[in-house]
Design a protein around this ligand. Sequence first.
Ligand code: PMP
Length: 319
Amino acid sequence: KCSKDDEKFEQGQVIPYGNIELSPAAGVLNYGQASLCNGLFEGTKAYRKEDGRLLLFRPDQNALRMKLGAERMCMPCPSVDQFVEALKQTALANKRWIPPPGKGSLYMRPLLLGTGAVLGIAPAPEYTFLVYGSPVGNYFKGCSAPLNLYVEEEFSRSSRGGTGGVKAISNYGQVLNALGRARSRGFSDVLYLDSANKKYLEEASGCNIFLVKGNVISTPATNGTILAGVTRRSIIEIARDLGYQVEERDIAVDELIEADEAFCTGTAVVVSPVGSITYQDKRIEFRTGDGCVCRGLCSNLVGIQRGLIEDKKGWTIEI
Ligand code: PMP
């Protein structure tokens, strides 16, 4: 817990999973003062290694992203050390539930909430930071199950000057409608366009998008309307190390037609190939399967996350 005035979070504790109590006037319920951060899910999960120890993937990056979100939402935020320590404690306390190597991992979700009561429009006087965890199976099947995306033109995910660039809980409520509609038509996810022009690619509901053309890999720039994914940043670095040219820029939806490959990155999907993208009732197909650029990128990333290949970048923390 932390009060608005002193901005320092007191030492927390590990308690059994259960409901939390909230005032009906809590800032989170009335003014959406909430920031969430997918602490450890797939790309940022706690993995059990062969030797029984656990691995966390770049939790400091999640901590920094929550800090940005907290600034945007007028909330105090735990320090990077407090954040990482909370993840370590949650992983250790749940160790017996973590599946064996290669069979799954522990999903951990840190939440930062305005829990103090507030009536007029203002930041809440008190805040709560918590992390909960759950064991999960492998969401993706060896980087191979292709996604099929639907380009959404009616609803936007975020707009310039809004909160799309931070992981605010309120960003997710507004995609449920478009996502549900796309899923009922057999699509795996929605690909959003920029709200001003409906021309440039942004991201999907829970992952970032990349296009591949020859040796060039492009992804939308993080200009405040898309989430700067930890997986996105890691893949950009891995791709450059492997000799690809990576561009972060505005990508017009018309460029989809010229791409050889498309793939999505995120904590949940890790690096998943995109088999097709449907735009204005035209289905654009992409190369998938063995030999794809995204396969190589995926196995490099997963190798580091699971401790199977040497982590030269110091991205993992062993506990
Ligand atoms: N965009 C959105 C909207 C997301 O919810 C996520 C998942 N956190 C991502 C991108 C990917 O971010 P990361 O790689 O950090 O999981």
